[in-house]
Write a protein that binds this ligand. Structure first.
Ligand code: HPA
Length: 278
C-alpha cells in the first residue's frame, strides 16, 4: 500500500482516465451511501470501473457501485464517483484522498460531495437534505489526514486555510435552487468519525454538545484535499436516520440505503440547479 502518492503517480491515474474519454471534467461529484443512482442522469457517459485504475481505492461497501462516470450534467462536464472508499475499509488516508487529487489534475475546479449522515440535530428527519456549512474534523484531530506526508507544493501550501471549506458562493446557489423548487434545505455542521460502528449515546451527546448537526464516516478527508488544491466545495448530506441519542433504537446500514431512495431526487434537483447556474 502506498503511504503517500507522488505527483507522478497521481498523473499516472489521470492519464489512464483521459485515455478513455475525450471529456475534460470541470466538476467532480462524489456520491455517498445509497446515492449512486444519481449518476444515472449523466449524459454520454464513459464508465470506468475503479479496479481498472492504478492505485484507486475500490469501495467494498454495499450501496457503492465502484466506478467513474464521466459525461455531461446540465451541460457541465462532470466526473462522478459512483461510490467511494472509506478509511474503515482498510485504506489509508492518502488512498482516500487520491481521487480528489486526480480530479484536480484533470482540471476539476468544483467538487460536489455527498454523503449519508445521521441527524444529531433533533429537528432533522430521515429523508432531509442538509447543506454542509462547516465540518468538525474529528478524524483529522485524531491525526488521520490525507495531507500527512511530503507536501505537494505544485498543488497547494503545506498549511492550507479551511475558513471557507464549503464555498459561500456555491452555498448561496444551493439555497437559491432549493427555494425555487420549494425544497426544504437544512443547514449545519457535519462531523466525521471513522466508523464503522455507529455512535454510542455518549458519543452522540458529545457530538451534540460540540455543535454537530449531522454525523458520518466520510467527506472530510476529501474536502481537506480539495481545499488544499484550491478546489471549491459544495457539500450535501442526505439524512438517513436520527442519531440514537438515548440508545432506545437501532441504526442499520439497510436503513441508510433505504433513505437514499427518498434523498436522491432532492439531491438531483439541487445539483442540477447549481450546475445550471455555474
Ligand atoms: N452515524 C454515522 N454515520 C452515519 C450515520 C450515523 O448515524 N448514518 C449514516 N451514516
Amino acid at each position: 500500500m502506498n503511504e503517500f502518492f507522488s505527483l507522478d503517480q497521481i498523473d499516472e491515474v489521470a492519464t489512464t482516465i483521459s485515455a478513455q474519454t475525450t471529456q475534460s471534467p470541470s466538476v467532480g461529484l462524489i456520491l455517498g451511501s445509497g446515492l449512486g443512482t444519481l449518476a444515472d442522469s449523466v449524459e454520454q457517459p464513459a464508465l470506468i470501473p475503479y479496479d481498472e485504475l492504478p492505485f484507486w481505492p475500490v469501495s467494498t461497501v454495499i450501496g457503492h457501485q465502484g466506478r467513474l462516470v464521466l459525461g455531461k450534467l446540465e451541460g457541465q462536464p462532470v466526473m462522478v464517483m459512483q461510490g467511494r472508499a472509506h478509511y474503515y475499509e482498510g485504506y489509508n488516508m492518502a488512498q482516500i484522498g487520491l481521487p480528489v487529487r486526480v480530479m484536480q489534475r484533470l482540471g476539476v475546479e468544483i467538487l460536489i460531495v455527498t454523503n449519508a449522515a445521521g441527524a444529531v440535530n433533533p429537528d432533522f428527519n430521515p429523508g432531509d437534505v442538509m447543506l454542509i456549512t462547516d465540518h468538525l474534523n474529528l478524524i483529522g484531530m485524531a491525526g488521520l489526514t490525507p495531507l500527512r506526508g511530503p507536501n505537494l507544493d505544485e498543488l497547494g501550501t503545506r498549511f492550507p486555510d479551511m475558513g471557507q471549506a464549503y464555498d459561500w458562493g456555491l452555498n448561496d446557489l444551493a439555497r437559491e435552487v432549493a427555494h425555487e423548487n420549494n425544497l426544504l434545505l437544512r443547514e449545519g455542521v457535519y462531523a466525521s468519525l471513522s466508523g464503522p460502528s455507529f455512535e454510542t449515546p455518549a458519543d452522540l451527546r458529545f457530538l451534540k454538545a460540540i455543535g454537530t448537526d449531522a454525523v458520518g464516516m466520510s467527506t472530510v478527508p476529501e474536502v481537506t484535499v480539495a481545499r488544499h488544491g484550491g478546489t471549491r466545495v459544495l457539500g450535501l448530506s442526505g439524512i438517513s436516520n436520527k442519531a440514537n441519542l438515548d440508545g432506545s433504537t437501532i441504526t442499520t446500514h439497510e436503513e441508510v440505503l433505504e433513505a437514499g431512495e427518498m434523498i436522491v431526487p432532492k439531491l438531483l434537483t439541487i445539483i442540477r440547479g447549481v450546475l445550471n447556474r455555474l
